[in-house]
Ligand binder design. Sequence first.
Ligand code: UD1
Ligand code: MG
Length: 449
Amino acid sequence: MRVLILAAGLGKRMKSKYPKVMHKIMGKELINWVIDTAKKLNPSKIGVVLGHKSEMVKEILPSDVEIFYQNKQLGTGHAVMSAKEFITDEDVLILYGDTPLITENTLKKLIDKHKNTNADATILTAILDNPTGYGRIIKNEKGEFINIVEEADTTDDQKKIKEVNSGFVVFKGSKLLEGLLKIKPNNNQGEYYLTDVPKYLDNVETYILEDFSESLGINNRIQLAEAEKIMKEKTLKNLMLNGVTIIDPDTTYISPEVKIGQDTIIHPMTFIFGKTEIGEDCEIGPMTRVINCKIGDNVKILRSECEEATIENNVSVGPYSRLRTGTVLKNNVKIGNFVETKKTIINKNTKAQHLTYLGDAEIGEDTNIGAGTITCNYDGKNKHKTYIGNRVFVGSNSALVAPLKIDDDSLIGAGSTITQNIPKGALALGRAKQITKEEWVFKKREKGE
Ligand code: UD1
Ligand code: MG
């Protein structure tokens, strides 16, 4: 089976400089939600039809999709025709790029019905209380499919029909090609409707969607917010039913791709996106953002930002810290308040508790990084590495000018600027010697100064 995703439309109602399918929910573009769902069906190929500002959309697409261009948006049938060479004898599933809530499960059921009935086309439909705006499914008294009538072309009687076209449909490739040659733009919108193809086919089936929200198409920013809300509510319910505590579902945003273990507690105002995995017995939040992180068991992250970090077990982070890309925290590490890390590996039992920047560094076990320590990793042109060994004590307010190797069991005096490597077990001081002038203050006072 192949999947073709239509995404050439203008999206005028978004009132945006950006193509509609580039708008995001849960931190991911609408089109990429559809592509990722399509991938789960293991199709032989995925094609995307682009039009409006296609160069911008192309930038955010994965490299393994085939791109087709529809230069003028003359309708959904015309969009499919623009990808004519993509359509072969294989079955083709047509999806829309602005419908991010569709699930793998539903599409599988649609495809199963298509295969089991050996249909020429199988249309995913929905029964709606308010069908306004959608194409209506016209059936005969035996319940057999006749055709689809678009809202703009309906008679008053047809307007009352509650079964609508969701837009998702599987075709036998050869039948789709035959049908596309027959459609004409002689309708009230002057468009080539893909929905006109099924009426030319002999054997058309419909499959009624159980949860209509899955077919929600995003046409404006109100629907964008609605889709985010629906996706989030479903995800949170699922997590709660599987043993995760969500203290305030109203202010918690978790993407359906995220995995969270039993007895983990998610505090309010927390956002967890991307391919994040969190273990058991963790406490995340409040006011925390976690994106694409791998987190072990019994980890606490308080009021912090974490992106593309790997965190092992029994680690604590925050409040007010920022773990950036390439951060690795091994078991029992403690990262305290106002600490920033980037491309840094911190081994077990090491602590950096206050006001610190650790970038391009590798730090051993049982080491203490004092308050205000800075790895000076950037010389204005290049980035350099800092190695800090095991059981090292870095005194407060030290500036470590990379490249640097600070060996095991060494000690750096507070306030040092370190520019040279430090051997094992050594004491290093890099600060001006203290001058003390006894009685100085009292003498000044006597002089009345
Ligand atoms: C379409 C269906 C309608 C269905 C509804 C469900 C047709 C003619 N109508 O209507 O039966 O009930 O979806 O939401 O198919 N697109 C292109 N090129 C074009 C036109 C559209 O790529 O020339 C893409 C759009 O980017 C969008 C999708 O096709 O992703 C659907 O287009 P849209 O204009 O939203 O169709 P609807 O009027 O909503
Ligand atoms: Mg639409």
